[in-house]
Design a protein around this ligand. Structure first.
Ligand code: DGY
Length: 315
């Protein structure tokens, strides 16, 4: 069978697919694959390994309903019309669990960076502004004993919360659709999360309910000293509103691993602000996580081609 991969990934999964006798073609360009090329490659493939940046919509599924499996190289699968895939008998897989710790650690890296102004102060050295020790320079926020608000308490949100509780003795509250067992945290309403949290960290799926939920009205309900972290999907926040909230000091700081839109415009005004750190959607980017993701997408493909349940299936 032929498997097409829309970007070059770490080799463990490719090796596994080839060992099973399959033909693997990888799109090796640095630039994202165009819609036309993706359609052309899909036409002659039995299965696809896709990236979160590939729009696998209803039209694409209809045109390529010969596909047996689509394995997304991400835990989030909002880029795929799963309903349409199910209607056409195409199995869809994702990569849960293997990237939980990597992504939770990224949220922590952003939180530490913003709360202690490491990027901002490093930039000041590069700009030649370090003239001597400053008793009032770069004063940050201590995290000890503060309240952490988790929005979307799935695997990644809980992992991040547990790390923060152990590291800083943070009191954890969360807002989620369902009550979580074995999670040492208090479930609260969205309004209470905004009102009580010193740090809000977003870990939810992107869907109609969460799209641009963090807008200016939400930021206005947060504490002036609060920090907003988003490592899930950029479209959960309204970026113009976040810029306003940071510029007007409605909230204290923000750390984003995801932006709205993605990739972001390098001329975006939000990049001029000192109280934000942004990374280019690298939450799962550890060698360990990315190798395990490679193995998991390959396993999903093999399962689907053999007519079995996917190890990590979403339909
Ligand atoms: C995912 O896999 O959905 C994450 O966004 C990766 O960082």
């Amino acid at each position: 069978m032929k498997i097409f991969i829309t970007k070059s990934i770490l080799p463990s999964g490719i090796t596994l697919l080839k060992e099973q006798g399959h033909t693997v073609e990888v799109y090796e360009e640095n630039t994202p694959i165009s819609k036309e090329t993706l359609y052309e490659k899909a036409k002659t493939s039995d299965a696809l390994i896709t990236m979160l940046s590939n729009q696998i919509d209803r039209e694409f599924i209809k045109e390529n309903n010969h596909l047996k499996v689509i394995a997304n190289y991400a835990v989030g699968f909002n880029n795929i019309d799963v309903e349409a895939a199910t209607e056409h008998g195409i199995k869809v897989g994702n990569t849960p669990d293997v990237l939980t710790e990597a992504t939770a650690d990224m949220a922590l890296a952003l939180l530490m960076d913003v709360s202690r102004k490491t990027s901002e102060s490093f930039q000041s050295i590069k700009d030649g502004h370090w003239t001597g020790w400053e008793p009032k320079g770069f004063l940050g926020q201590s995290l000890r004993g503060k309240t952490l608000g988790i929005f979307g308490a799935g695997r990644i949100g809980q992992c991040f919360a547990n790390t923060c509780r152990l590291a800083f003795g943070m009191n954890v509250i969360y807002c989620a659709r369902t009550e979580k067992d074995n999670f040492q945290a208090t479930k609260v309403s969205f309004e209470d999360l905004l009102d009580q949290s010193d740090v809000i960290s977003v870990h939810c799926d992107l869907n109609n309910e969460t799209k641009e939920l963090f807008d200016i009205e939400a930021f206005k309900k947060m504490k002036e000293t609060s920090i907003f972290i988003n490592t899930s999907r950029g479209q959960v926040h309204n970026e113009a509103d976040l810029e306003l909230a940071l510029r007007e000091k409605i909230i204290w700081g923000a750390g984003l691993d995801v932006t709205n839109p993605e990739p972001m415009n390098p001329k975006s005004k939000i990049l001029e602000l000192p109280n934000i750190t942004i990374t280019p959607h690298i939450g799962s980017a550890t060698i360990t996580a990315r190798e395990e993701m490679s193995l998991l997408v390959a396993t999903n493909i093999l399962n689907g081609l053999n007519g079995e349940e996917l190890k990590a299936g979403v339909n």
